[in-house]
Unconditional design. Sequence first.
Length: 67
Amino acid sequence: MITETIETSGTTIKEGLSSAGNSVKEGLVGSLKGINEIQSGIVDLARAILYTAIWYGMNIFLKGASA
């Protein structure tokens, strides 16, 4: 088994791979946070649309019932 460590400009391959892995992990975490923010915005929008639709529907119903 080869256990040789190669050093290029002060950084070992293992350190370089570890750094690349951390960068990928940070990118994924950032993407997931972004997805959560988008999901939260969609839920807020849906809630506002439903509230408005129900409010207008009730107003139309009440006006029709009183006529």
